[in-house]
Design a protein around this ligand. Sequence first.
Ligand SMILES: [Ca+2]
Ligand SMILES: [Ca+2]
Length: 396
Amino acid sequence: MQAPADQDFPPSQTPLKQDSKPSGSKDYLPAHVRTSNGCVPACSSFLLACLLAFSLQILLFSPITPGTLELPRASSASSLPTNNQLQRVNKLGEGFAKNPEDVCVNKEGIIYTATRDGWIKRLHRNGSLENWKMTNSDTLLGITITKEGEGDLIVCDSEKGLLSVSEDGVTVLASHVNGSKIKFADDVIEAWDGSLYFSVASTKFGLHNWYLDVLEAKPHGQLLKYDPSSGETSILLDDLGFANGVALSRDQDYLVVCETWRFRCLKYWLKGETKGKTEIFVENLPGGPDNINLAPDGSFWIALLQLASNGLEFVHTSKASKHLIATFPRLVELVNGVYRKAAVVNVAADGKIIRKFDDPNGKVMTFVTSAFEFEDHLYLGSLNSNFVGKLPLKDA
Ligand SMILES: [Ca+2]
Ligand SMILES: [Ca+2]
């Protein structure tokens, strides 16, 4: 507010009004805050104390020590036109497949998924849905079928580690690495030699707190290898930004591992002169990559998560906001965009994005976590659906 023209006060000094006492008087206060019993200063102090206590509470009880997250920049990939294709899906097993995070199809065309109620479910070609094997776990994530779609099913359990599921039952293959319990196993793939490559999304946070890893934005992810001949598990890569989907190239000369909150996927070489080295496969994706699957033509299908809500992107560069949200988990739903839309991209073996399918306003599908191509159809898993989506690719 501007002072009247006939008054000239230094900017730091509040003008005295007519009823004010002279400066230096013991109980001097501007008239607008002075009261007869002096309760306003007490109230101000109380409010200040409350604010300090609130801030301290947030800092002391915040479960994260945040860094800042670099959100994807505008690019040709982010400007791929929206096309509502994911709104065209047929809903398989609707009502009987709770949050099917990952989907795969075996050689005979039987669809497998691991659901939140602990069942490994199978969808047969005739449309029937079978509760196949019970794992007694509500934290199942990525799956794969061994022997190129003809063997057993391998499942990542974010509590127990790596499980093998066959007609004979459920076996834990790997639960520890270097003496530590494997936490948050996320996705797995088998190589021709029987080795199982799998990801650990976070060694710090669990499945139910996964978004805290995004808010913290410090790399706690790993790529592990299980050797079936020795039964040993080893760490291949550390310090990954939420290690998620894993897939092998068509020739199995490299493996791709997704780093969700880095919006990129890495290529890890398994053969040749560059064996053991990593390079970027695709970066600046228009969403956080979740599961990835090799397509029959040698390209890859990657499900993308909307990690930031529109208009609330600033949260990811403000440490104070991150502390506040991490302390009050209900706020997570507000800033997390995964329940608002869905997208999958098809990326060529050279890392170029070929096409994108989406549901831009979450009308039919949100939080799509997996896309698996089989016989000209895409099978879609989601952490917010009670069905497996089936999309015909021929006219998409
Ligand atoms: Ca998988
Ligand atoms: Ca995943």
